[in-house]
Design a protein around this ligand. Structure first.
Ligand SMILES: Cc1cc2nc3c(=O)[nH]c(=O)nc-3n(C[C@H](O)[C@H](O)[C@H](O)COP(=O)(O)OP(=O)(O)OC[C@H]3O[C@@H](n4cnc5c(N)ncnc54)[C@H](O)[C@@H]3O)c2cc1C
Length: 482
């Protein structure tokens, strides 16, 4: 494995690629990010950070910077535009942060630079070849074609992923039948009833007909809104074609009549309701994450969050493989754990689209479903699904209630006083919380990649220790020794 240019090549500097590069760099892995665009467009598809993503950013000390750039705290989420509350979950962040995707990316890229990792911009991955020891990636810059060798390549290059296509991995799913439009619109006079500040998903969007929908989300700047509209049953000849500002103005007029006047349309773009998922997330030394691995209609505000959570799952596993701390099996658990999560998101998005009030019967179903969401358990289930809070990874051997679940980051008691556990995860290591000095001594003697904390109590009876993975999921517990 000589003459490698780097350990890992990440294709794509979207939120997934940047988060992954951050995780790898934190573990001391040499990483190069190749990004096709010369500079970030500044345009944002996603506008939100879900509670589980906020928890993960907090594990790395990244949440403060994201919060500083956010412009809204949104008290709820939604399922098919029906609001759901996060209050049923024991999280420190029972809300969404309103933050444009471009701001998340900019912040992650800044933090990456402080770790000494730069994004190579204007570098478009063309193709790659892999053998049993390495991957060789061909990419194009303004000065011509180049080649870079690495131990691994991760395709974080979005929905039309060149890496996925190069792998020849199947991308089964549906093409969809409809379209949506997003447009950032500056109003002189905002529509009647529009929220001035984004505080809740209530009345943000709604069906407007049997298959049509619209929504209006405040963007933080006075008068500036994200206008979303579309039709689930009709599609333009070319979904990738540009949408004209005149079309957006007409849609605004149709939606709000004279009650609103528009001074500027900043940008507009069309999107589809296709849903597809890569059959495999790993083939040899090449992996897929984020939109490169799964695409779906942006219902529930999940895509960016899913990608960042993919990156958190993959980062420490890939780092451990590269650094020789783990065997190949660990890396395979990335697909084993994240493919079902992605499939579940596609499934819930399909269910949300299924609640489109197309007919008398489906209108009744939607009303009925909205009533059901008022039941606390139903609400909790849906909120856990769209946010990622409800993920519990399979574990084997014992059925302890902590195993496979996330750190909820409630303070733990220590002799020095209460401690916030997330502060122990900033280095990206495993974290052992234990009530027993013997575990502390054993862990310190044998496991250098482990942060050990003696606590005076744990929230589970008869539990002396709980071990968390770097991404904050419990993977081992100790029952008392007698
Ligand atoms: C209209 C709309 C609204 C959305 N709203 C939300 C929302 O509210 N909440 C939410 O969570 N999600 C939302 N999403 C989804 C979210 O935007 C995506 O899931 C997210 O961008 C995925 O991030 P990514 O890093 O995986 O991919 P991308 O953001 O697509 O990033 C891929 C990067 O790879 C680069 N690239 C591509 N090809 C190459 C190549 N060959 N070589 C090098 N670089 C390459 C691209 O330039 C890009 O920078 C929305 C999506 C749409 C379309």
């Amino acid at each position: 494995m000589n003459n490698l240019g780097t350990d890992v090549i990440v294709a794509g500097a979207g939120p997934t690629g940047l988060m992954l590069a951050h995780e790898l760099a934190l573990a001391g892995v040499d990483v190069v990010v190749l990004e096709r665009l010369h500079e970030r467009t500044g345009l944002s598809k996603a506008l939100n950070v879900q509670p589980r993503t906020a928890e993960m950013l907090a594990l790395r000390g990244l949440l403060d910077g994201v919060e500083e750039r956010s412009y809204a705290t949104v008290q709820d989420g939604h399922f098919a535009m029906i609001p759901v509350d996060y209050d049923g979950w024991d999280t420190r962040f029972p809300f969404q942060l309103g933050i444009p995707q471009a701001q998340v990316e900019e912040y992650l890229e800044e933090r990456l630079a402080t770790q000494g990792t730069k994004v190579i911009r204007g570098a478009e991955v063309i193709d790659f070849v892999q053998d049993k020891d390495s991957v060789s990636v061909r990419y194009r810059t303004d000065s011509g074609e180049n080649r870079l060798h690495a131990k691994f390549l991760v395709g974080c290059d979005g929905s039309r992923s060149v890496v996925r296509k190069g792998l020849g991995v199947d991308f089964p799913g549906v093409d969809g039948e409809g379209f949506g439009v997003v447009a950032d619109v500056l109003f002189d006079k905002i529509p009647d009833g529009a929220q001035k500040q984004w505080r809740t998903m209530r009345n943000i969007g709604q069906p407007t007909g049997a298959t049509t929908f619209k929504g209006l989300i405040p963007l933080g700047e006075p008068g500036l809104y994200r206008f979303v509209y579309g039709d689930r049953a009709s599609r333009p000849a070319d979904i990738r074609s540009a949408i004209s500002h005149d079309e957006v103005r007409q849609a605004l007029l149709d939606s709000y009549g004279d009650s609103a006047t528009v001074s500027e349309i900043r940008w507009a773009s069309q999107f589809s309701d296709a849903a597809r998922q890569a059959e495999h997330y790993r083939v040899g030394r090449v992996l897929l994450a984020g939109d490169a691995a799964h695409i779906h209609f942006p219902a529930g505000g999940q895509g960016l969050n899913l990608g960042v959570q993919d990156a958190m799952n993959l980062g420490w596993k890939l780092a451990a493989t590269v650094r020789g701390w783990a065997g190949d099996d660990l890396l395979d658990t990335y697909e084993a754990e994240r493919h079902p999560v992605g499939a579940q998101v596609l499934h819930n998005v399909a269910a949300q689209l299924g609640l489109t009030p197309r007919s008398h019967e489906s209108r009744a179903l939607r009303d009925f479903f909205a009533e059901l969401t008022k039941l606390p358990e139903v609400n909790r289930y849906l909120a856990g699904m769209v946010s990622g809070l409800g993920i519990r990874y399979p574990t084997y051997g014992t059925s302890h209630p902590a195993l496979g679940t996330r750190l909820n980051d409630q303070d733990v008691a220590t002799e020095a006083g209460p401690l916030r556990p997330s502060t122990l995860f900033h280095t990206g290591d495993f974290v052992l919380l234990t009530t027993t000095q013997a575990h502390v001594d054993a862990a310190r003697a044998h496991s250098p990649r482990l942060t050990v904390q003696l606590v005076t109590g744990l929230p589970w009876p008869s539990t002396e220790a709980v071990l968390y993975r770097p991404d904050g999921y419990a993977c081992w517990v100790a029952a008392p020794t007698r």
